[in-house]
Design a protein around this ligand. Structure first.
Ligand SMILES: N[C@@H](CCC(=O)N[C@@H](CS)C(=O)NCC(=O)O)C(=O)O
Length: 216
């Protein structure tokens, strides 16, 4: 296996997952800043042109961070970061979809259409006029999630899961690209600090990240 890695939030989520699982994979760095991921050799592996991607020994390429985590979880079930039972796994996937569809994808697209516009407008369709609205929706949905987390230590109750990894990484990124969340939120704010203290949070930060720069 070979992990195609980069200095960006989705690859960082996968790196944090690997640390939590105590797994090590061979990695090759892809330069997303120059757009290496949008050129022929990379596209032959992952036609979606995004990172991370996992190359299997038979040439199969798996993209989409959560799909990669699901794949690795089947190979290495312990410690369970999705769930130990069908019901636990379904519950984790429910929260993962709520988090990604309502919050992190809006943060990500708002970044593409605003602070990241100069880099992305030649790569993907962009809608700069949507950026402020997406930021507003993301913040609204963070507050909405906050209201559902009373009594939770983690997003999925008392279980640390891939949802904590996913949301933490994206909120950390968002804060570094002018989309800070409301630090007075009663559940999300202490939850964020709790996840930030995990060794995997700092270990997953790409060595190329500069202090005060974009967190990925
Ligand atoms: N839905 C994908 C998103 C992957 C993604 O957006 N990767 C970004 C880094 S966070 C990337 O490769 N950006 C460079 C580009 O799109 O050209 C996933 O979950 O893995």
């Amino acid at each position: 296996m070979l992990l195609l890695d980069a200095m960006s939030p989705a690859p960082r989520a996968l790196r944090m997952y690997l640390v939590e699982k105590n797994l090590t994979l061979p990695m090759r760095q892809v330069d997303v800043f120059t757009g290496e991921n949008r050129q022929a050799p990379y596209l032959a592996h992952n036609p979606a042109g995004q990172t991370p991607a996992l190359l299997l020994d038979d040439g199969t390429c798996i993209a989409e961070s959560v799909a990669i985590m699901e794949f690795l979880e089947e190979l290495h079930p312990d410690p369970p970061l999705i769930g130990a039972t069908p019901a636990q796994r379904a519950e984790t996937r429910q929260w993962q979809r709520r988090t990604e569809l309502n919050i992190t994808e809006n943060i990500h697209n708002a970044y593409h259409y605003a602070e990241g516009l100069a880099r992305f407008q030649g790569r993907i369709p962009v809608a700069p006029e949507a950026a402020e609205g997406l930021k507003r929706v993301a913040q609204d949905r963070i507050a909405w999630l906050d209201r559902m987390l009373d009594g939770h230590t983690y997003i999925v109750g008392d279980r640390f899961t891939i949802v904590d990894i996913w949301l933490y990484i994206w909120l950390d990124f968002a804060t570094s690209v002018q989309q800070p969340f409301d630090r007075t939120l009663r559940n999300i704010a202490p939850w964020f600090e709790r996840i930030a203290t995990r060794p995997s949070a700092s270990a997953s930060l790409h060595p190329g990240c500069k202090p005060g720069g974009v967190r990925g």
